[in-house]
Design a protein around this ligand. Structure first.
Ligand code: ATP
Ligand code: MEV
Ligand code: MG
Length: 327
């Protein structure tokens, strides 16, 4: 039996635009998914005690064919099983053990579908745990690559390498197409996260941006402008100039909003953080609902978000310099 964990992430800059080859800077946070893999004679049994959304909890097990008898959207369960099925397929391939059976248990403290990269953390931790259980230790870069293949497959070809690379490596990273690197010397950033309790449909949101980009030249220019913000931001990142980083985050949020991926509750949490003098605030991840990230080393944005209607949870998230690891 092996347990591995991998972190979630926030985007300092660049989500969505990264899908079209612009750079992005996601940062791993100290919220993790833990996956325990135990080799069994054959097949696949999955326990995901916290596959929960809007307050319900479900435990399911299956061989990839059968469906759990629970009152939740089948698409949700299929997606959850899809990530684990594909991660296990990658582990079998990496260990050259096509017939290996597994019992997989998943537990995490990352809200699902909320822009904090729970899917990438799940896949990265699952590949690590299952390969180690078969006696194979993969380098983090290979886990990142295999996890990307899984996200790409499960999300119908709509995924960048950003979430999976960040979760595998930890810290602040920079991703531009296939070029993925860790950014050295970034050990801390004062992230405050506000969560509206909701979720966004990553596939639909990415498709919406793709359509706008095809329809209007100025939407394509907006995507390029997000890339410009990232290029400006990465130059500022090492200096610790939170004021300028925040200004760029605000600008990034405005452009994401123009591309149609914000929401009323995300906007109201962003404004609550700004009104409380956070350096800057933006949505993180695919958007539509879920989380915002603000930059604030004081407790002011944290307190303001606590009293913001529509904000269900607020917490400080430390930058996690550790990526995937065995527990
Ligand atoms: N702890 C978990 N247990 C079971 N399934 C999980 C778990 N964490 C994530 N998942 C799967 O990942 C899906 C969420 O992935 P999705 O890409 O939509 O959102 P996200 O990764 O949380 O946010 P984003 O990609 O915007 O950063 C869940 O619906 C579920 O299928
Ligand atoms: C919206 C997006 O840029 C980030 C989702 O966390 C999609 C992706 O990069 O795969
Ligand atoms: Mg995801």
């Amino acid at each position: 039996m092996v347990t591995s964990s991998a972190p979630g992430k926030v985007y300092l800059f660049g989500e969505h635009a990264v899908v079209y080859g612009e750079p992005a800077v996601p940062c791993a946070i100290e919220r993790r998914v833990h996956v325990t893999a135990t080799e069994i004679d054959e097949g696949l049994r999955i326990h995901a005690n916290d596959l929960q959304l809007d307050g319900f909890t479900v435990e399911y097990s299956g061989d990839g064919e059968s469906h759990p008898d629970v009152d939740v959207a089948e698409s949700l369960v299929e997606a959850g099983m899809g990530y684990v099925n594909e991660a296990v397929a990658q582990a079998r391939d990496a260990a050259d053990a096509p017939e290996a059976g597994f019992e997989i248990s998943v537990e995490g403290d990352i809200p699902l579908g909320a822009g904090l990269g729970s899917s990438a953390a799940l896949v990265v931790a699952a590949i690590d745990a299952a390969t180690r259980e078969l006696g194979v230790e993969l380098p983090a870069s290979e886990i990142a690559d295999r996890a990307y293949q899984v996200e790409h497959e499960v999300q119908d070809g709509q995924a960048s390498r950003a979430d999976t690379f960040c979760s595998a490596m930890g810290g602040a990273v920079r991703v531009e197409g296939d070029d993925c690197r860790r950014l050295d010397g970034i050990d801390t950033l004062p992230f405050v996260i506000g969560y509206d309790g909701g979720a966004g449909d990553t596939g639909a949101l990415v498709a919406g941006v793709r359509d706008l980009r095809g329809k209007y030249g100025f939407a394509a220019d907006t995507v390029t402008a997000i890339g410009d913000i990232v290029r400006e931001g990465e130059a500022v990142l090492g200096t610790g100039d939170y004021e300028r980083l925040g200004e760029l985050m605000d600008f990034n949020h405005g452009l994401l909003s123009a591309l149609g991926v914000s929401s009323r509750s995300l906007d109201s949490m962003v404004w609550a953080a700004r009104d409380a003098d956070a350096h800057g605030a933006k949505l993180t991840g695919a958007g539509g609902g879920g989380c915002i990230v603000a930059l604030d080393e004081t407790d002011d944005a944290l307190t303001a978000l606590k009293y913001t209607p529509g904000c269900e949870d607020v917490f400080r998230a430390e930058l996690d310099t550790d990526g995937v690891r065995q527990e």
